[in-house]
Every structure is written in C-alpha cells, then in structure tokens.
Design a protein around this ligand. Structure first.
Ligand SMILES: O=c1ccn([C@@H]2O[C@H](COP(=O)(O)O)[C@@H](O)[C@H]2O)c(=O)[nH]1
Length: 279
C-alpha cells in the first residue's frame, strides 16, 4: 500500500484526523523512569499501544531519539508500530534538506533503515534536494511550507520580490508542490495549526495535497479552525486530507504511572474534537 492509501484507510478505520507525535523527552517521563534515556522505547511503545486505534498517523521526531543516542530504539519502535498498528502510516519528522547525493542517503535512512511511510523535508535547497525521495515509489514527502513557529514569518511570509502583490514564499512552495514538483503524487505540505488563515490559503493553492498540521495542543493552535481551513471532501470522500499533529499534550497528559491511559484519553478527546469540526 502507498502512503496515501494507508492515510485514507487509517482516516476511515480510526475515524481520525489526529497524528500522535512521538517526541520522547526522558526529563518528562513518569517518576518511575524519569531521566532514563534507555526507556525511550518502552515509553513510546506504551503510547503507541494506547493510541493505535485513535490515530490517522504516528510522527516520531528524530531529534528526540538522536539526541540521546537512541536510534536503535527508534528502529525497534518503527518495527513495533508496524506490528501493533499496521494500518497507521508513520511520518518520520526529520526536516532533511541537502544536495542530491546526500539527500539520497537521507532517503535511504528514512525509508529503508527506519521503514517510514513518509518524511518531512525542507524545500529551501530546491527541487534537486527533494527529488531523491521521490524515487522511493509510494512513499510520501511533506515540504515545510508555513511552519507553526513565530519565526516562520522571517522567510516564509515574505514576498518573493519584496513587493506587495507578488506571492509570498509559502504560497510559492505550495504552488510548486501541487504542480511541477509533484512528479508521482507523493508530496504534501507542512502548515502550522497556529495560522489557520494560511492553512486556508494553502488549501486554495493546493486543493488535493495532504497537509501535515502541527501546532494543536502544547502550541495552542485551534483544532476546530484547523479542520475548517484545511479539510475538504466531495461526495462523502476526503479530497484534501489533513493530518493534525499533537505531541506533548498527549505524551505528557499525566506524569504518573497512568501516563498511557491519560495519553489515550487526551488522544480520544482531540480526535473527537477534530471529527466534530468536520460538520
Ligand atoms: O511547523 C512545524 C513543523 C514541525 N513541528 C513538529 O511537530 C511537533 C509539535 O509538537 P507539540 O508538542 O505538539 O507542540 C514537534 O515534533 C515539532 O518538531 C512543529 O511543531 N511545527
């Protein structure tokens, strides 16, 4: 199954637009294993088991593993997600971007070493830095477009020609991704839930691309406004898929031994909020 097929399937089966983000920080683990980086796998595996039927996708953020020399735990976790939730696609949040020859190695890392179904990329270095990922047929690649952080304005919200009336950088990225760069229909875009107006604008430019939308939960993005701005359907079928990520609000819903149960409750609450916003 391609990434897009898995996405459609998981949205239907789990009735969900929620992506459960896996950003394991040992300093925030429950007291029983607080500070112990060797328990990253155990912590994440418990979260995955508790939320597998609530999610359209999982999104491990690679920095939280690499920072603790826990790449081997990430490999085990990827295999575990495949076993526990084979229907739920996994987006490796790596935000890679480099010249073509190096990008080829990053693509092998994401899709072969870790077995991810999709990856996040920076488009800053241009199409030849994205193309190597598209050789992995059926895999997805999400380009950073209008990110959730305030600093996203510094570049993404600037006009291309420093003149009012010319497209903004994020609009140009959306056009490229919907059009000439999307050779095999594998591209999607990252747009922050903290900027619903820009989600709507991106949706106008890129009506059919999957949008990965981080920023609800800990960053305070509006879940309902996000769905209204980005999710589209026709004849009962989703035409513009969205994947709304929440990480810390789910992972650290409780600091106690009931962390997995609390994560499930928060995931269900967020999933239901997103579903209700479909109207
Ligand atoms: O624009 C972006 C792109 C990626 N992220 C990532 O998503 C999660 C958000 O975590 P929360 O705890 O839900 O805030 C994290 O992995 C970021 O690296 C983003 O926030 N914004």
């Amino acid at each position: 199954m391609t990434f897009l097929d898995m996405l459609r399937h998981a949205e239907r089966q789990n009735r969900s637009l929620l992506c459960v983000g896996l950003d394991p920080d040992p300093a925030k683990f429950p007291d029983r294993f607080k500070g112990d980086a060797s328990r990253i796998y155990d912590f994440c595996a418990a979260i995955v088991e508790a939320t597998a039927d609530t999610a359209i996708a999982f999104k491990p953020q690679i920095a939280y593993f690499a920072a603790h020399r826990a790449e081997e735990q990430l490999e085990r976790l990827m295999a575990h997600m495949r076993a526990v939730a084979p229907q739920v696609p996994v987006i490796l949040d790596a935000k890679r971007g480099d010249i073509g020859s190096t990008a080829e190695q990053y693509a092998i890392e994401a899709f072969e070493r870790y077995g991810a179904d999709a990856v996040t990329l920076s488009p800053f270095m241009g199409f030849d830095s994205v193309q190597p990922y598209l050789k992995h047929h059926g895999k997805g690649a999400f380009l950073l477009c209008r990110t959730s952080n305030p600093g996203g304005d510094d570049l993404q919200n600037q006009h291309l020609a420093f003149t009012e009336g010319t497209p903004r950088v994020y609009e140009h990225i959306a056009r490229l991704a919907q059009g000439p760069w999307n050779l095999n229909g594998q591209l999607g875009l990252v747009v922050g839930a903290t900027y619903p107006d820009e989600i709507e604008r991106v949706r106008e430019i890129a009506p059919t691309l999957p949008l990965l939308i981080p920023g609800v939960g800990a960053q305070g993005g509006d879940a309902v406004a996000t769905v209204r701005a980005g999710w589209r359907q026709k004849d009962g079928q989703t035409t513009g898929p969205i994947i709304v990520n929440s990480s810390r609000a789910i992972l650290y819903a409780s600091g106690g031994d009931d962390f997995a149960e609390a994560a499930r409750r928060e995931a269900l609450r967020t999933r239901d909020l997103l579903e209700a916003a479909k109207g």
